[in-house]
Design a protein around this ligand. Structure first.
Ligand code: SAH
Length: 322
């Protein structure tokens, strides 16, 4: 086989092909960007099949790498927005996808900050949806990603709260992220990620993955997870969504604190530091039926919403007394 044939970007991106390609282009694999490439061709097919793509689907692929999955997605979807942060991989991506006219490649970080998806990316997709004339149904968005570990939690939480009409997400995630998503109250894994996914999606773990489906093989197991976005009726019982986010963040970012102490810090971050604040918070906790010395990981979602409703009312009343 000729050297050029081995590294043809049109063929399968196997381990040996990627090794030769990266060596030839002087590309070093960047662990800090979670670069573990999918080399199992059956798994690529499985992902595409699971996504049930049609000509009404706009795909957002995060971390497109060398484009092996992107190409399959483009063959089946109306349009693909593929995001890749690494400049050198992006150049390869452009070559792999050069024959497709339904792909937009974006060389950017998916996150603008921990709490925000890059607005330009959201805008590009929104514009596309509002201008494309789909003959039958409205276009909807499917997110597909072999997500780098270091950004999985913020990306999932931010996307679930985005304005985009996301229908499903098919994600490859490391085992501990999956465990945190599926965790129940009262366990150590229960936290913001479990709460947000429960509020906005139904989650299924479709397939466990051995490290060998990636190159380089990561140290831990992964899984393919499908999230069907579906705002839970709980969401409508939240009186002030910003206040809810505030309460959730304050409770789960300081897990060793008791609830009353976390809420006290939240109040003081709003400039509420009165002698009676602690007592007021105790009264709220009692009214909602929560022991003040309990911790966030014990709270069921219904209780958390009840509590946040009371706390946001209290905070706004203290800041703007009538
Ligand atoms: N989808 C490819 C590559 C997966 S590896 C495959 O399955 O083979 C994860 C990819 O995400 C890498 O290409 C990495 O460079 C990219 N990436 C890492 N952090 C990113 C970020 N913040 N925004 C966009 N892409 C990112």
């Amino acid at each position: 086989m000729l050297f050029e044939d081995i590294i043809s970007l049109d063929g399968p991106h196997t381990k040996s092909m990627l090794k030769v390609l990266f060596e030839e282009r002087g590309i070093r694999i960047k662990k800090q960007w979670g670069q573990n490439f999918l080399i199992d061709q059956n798994l690529l097919q499985f992902i595409v099949k699971t996504a049930e793509l049609s000509r009404n689907d706009v795909v957002l692929e995060i971390g497109a790498g060398t484009g092996s999955l992107t190409r399959l997605l483009a063959q089946n979807a109306e349009h693909v927005f593929a995001i890749e942060v690494d400049r050198k991989l992006f150049e390869i991506l452009e070559e792999t996808l050069k024959d497709f006219n339904n792909v937009t490649l974006i060389n950017k970080d998916i996150l603008k900050s921990k709490h925000h998806i890059q607005p330009e990316i959201v805008e590009a997709i929104s514009d596309h949806i509002s201008t494309a004339n789909s003959s039958t149904e409205d276009l909807c968005v499917k997110v597909i990603a072999n997500l780098p570990y270091y950004i999985s939690t913020p990306v999932i939480i931010d996307l679930l709260q985005e304005v985009l009409p996301i229908k499903t997400m098919i994600l490859m995630l490391q085992r501990d992220t999956t465990e945190r998503i599926m965790a129940h109250p009262g366990t150590k894994d229960y936290g913001v990620l479990s709460i947000m996914t429960r509020l906005f999606a139904e989650v299924k773990v479709l397939k466990k993955l051995s490290p060998q489906v990636f190159w380089p093989a990561p140290l831990v197991d992964s899984a393919v997870v499908k999230m069907t976005v579906n705002r839970h009726t709980y969401v409508d019982t939240i009186r002030d969504y910003r206040g809810f986010q505030d309460v959730v963040r304050s409770i789960y970012s300081s897990r060793r604190k008791t609830l009353s102490n976390s809420l006290l810090s939240l109040c003081s971050s709003h400039g509420i530091k009165k002698n009676e604040t602690r007592q007021d918070l105790m009264t709220i906790l009692e009214r909602v039926g929560i022991r003040p010395e309990s911790r966030g990981e014990e709270l069921e979602i219904e209780k958390l919403i009840e509590l946040s409703n009371e706390v946001s009312d209290y905070v706004s009343l203290q800041k703007n007394p009538e």
